[in-house]
Ligand binder design. Structure first.
Ligand code: ZN
Ligand code: ZN
Length: 173
């Protein structure tokens, strides 16, 4: 959703607070598509700092379904996002790119809230997702979720030293 920034930039209105519903229902990145289980409206406060500079502050809470790194079961992962950005509206898009300023959420005189939220999710994306600390993962042969019980595959990976002993036993039979 777009917020028109003209009324904030006009001299008489200094601060505008808004609750904005997010349009996106999932976080789509090179890692995959992660549906949102829950998304609260983003709460934003935009302050006119003068000289066409704006401060954008606020927060948003989202719960995304992220697969467990080991067993792939979806884990409801809360993402608590906070925003604190300062934008110079005098800058052109080209100027921002030159300054390595990644404010692609400003389009002309509009703030694209979904893009702002997207960039913040990207920064806050968990490095590791586990359904539980001791998740046993899935069997690499049959795909059984080993948290729900063992499968019948012979996947015991023997310690190399044990393998030698196992070999001796096999030969002695
Ligand atoms: Zn797991
Ligand atoms: Zn198996």
């Amino acid at each position: 959703m777009l917020i028109h920034l003209n009324d904030v930039l006009s001299c008489d209105v200094k601060t505008v607070s808004k609750k904005v519903n997010l349009e996106m229902n999932s976080f789509d990145s090179s890692l995959g598509s992660f549906p949102f289980i829950q998304k609260d409206p983003a709460e934003l406060t935009i302050t006119n700092l003068g000289e066409e500079k704006l401060r954008i502050e606020g927060k948003a809470e989202i719960v995304a379904a992220i697969p467990c790194d080991r067993c792939l079961m979806e884990v409801d992962t809360p993402l608590k996002l906070t925003f604190h950005k300062e934008v110079d509206m005098k800058q052109t898009a080209e100027g921002r790119i030159e300054d390595l300023d990644e404010t692609d959420f400003i389009i002309g005189y509009n703030l694209d809230v979904d893009k702002l939220v997207y960039s913040e999710i990207l920064v806050n994306w968990p490095m590791k997702t586990l359904c539980r600390e001791d998740c046993k993962g899935i069997c690499r042969k049959c795909g059984t979720n080993l948290n729900h019980g063992a499968c019948s595959c012979d996947t015991v990976e023997l310690d190399p030293r044990m393998a030698v002993i196992a070999e001796i036993f096999k030969n002695s039979n």
